[in-house]
Ligand binder design. Structure first.
Ligand code: PRP
Length: 205
């Protein structure tokens, strides 16, 4: 049995579409209701979890492989194998400010609000630009509006959340997409099952 962890929400729909195309019995994944564990044909055991928990389950080996966004992998930096980039979940990490405002101006220490403090810290370290980070759990766009921060580092997909809240991107921090990850031990002990799953979903690893 191959244990596969899927990220609930935006990526779930796209992942199930990919499985459907591969002919992996998906009716039970689409109509799973509130079920968190779904077995398919006695071959696959899918679990549905939050992105950061997908990484934890794969790292601990209770899931052999998983589907998760590169954003989560960049923030968590856990010892899992990133075995393939998937053709969905495409977006970017960007630095955004209130429209027309300058970020790199004046001598005061700039404050950046984000759900991704590690990614933000690393980005400004590579630029050798000192900032203060404020961790926010959601709707980060509020921070500059409320004058809590000079800018935000966040995920931008269509750009409409920024536009509708009077913000604009000034720099792209990193390109992101969904990734297939594996537990390093499973990659050895279940190599054939993982390869066969990847062949089915037409993903080269
Ligand atoms: C993400 C992100 C932005 C929005 C970007 O938030 O943090 O707010 O999506 O998407 P867009 O460019 O297509 O508008 P999410 O919907 O995950 O909610 P959250 O902010 O409450 O975490």
């Amino acid at each position: 049995m191959l244990n596969i962890a899927l990220t609930k929400g935006r990526l779930e729909e796209k992942t199930v579409e990919l499985l459907e195309k591969a002919g992996i019995a998906c009716g039970c994944l689409v109509d799973k209701g509130r079920k968190l564990v779904v077995e398919v044909d006695g071959v696959y055991r899918f679990i549905f979890a939050k992105a950061c928990d997908v990484v934890t389950y794969v790292e601990r080996g209770v899931s052999d492989i998983g589907v998760v966004g590169k954003d989560t992998l960049m923030e968590m930096k856990r010892p899992v194998n990133e075995i393939a980039a998937l053709p969905f979940g495409k977006c970017r990490f960007a630095l955004a400010v209130l429209k027309g405002k300058k970020f790199y101006s004046g001598y005061s220490l700039k404050t950046v609000a984000t759900k991704y403090p590690e990614v933000t810290k690393e980005y400004f370290e590579t630029k050798d630009y000192p900032i203060e980070i404020v961790k926010i759990e959601g709707s980060v766009e509020l921070a500059p509006i409320l004058n809590l921060a000079d800018g935000i580092v966040d995920i931008v997909e269509t750009g409409s959340t920024l536009r509708e809240n009077g913000l604009e991107v000034i720099e792209t921090v990193a390109e992101i997409s969904a990734r297939l990850i594996s537990n390093p031990v499973s990659l050895k002990t279940k190599k054939e099952e993982i390869l066969s799953f990847c062949r089915k979903i037409s993903v080269n690893i």
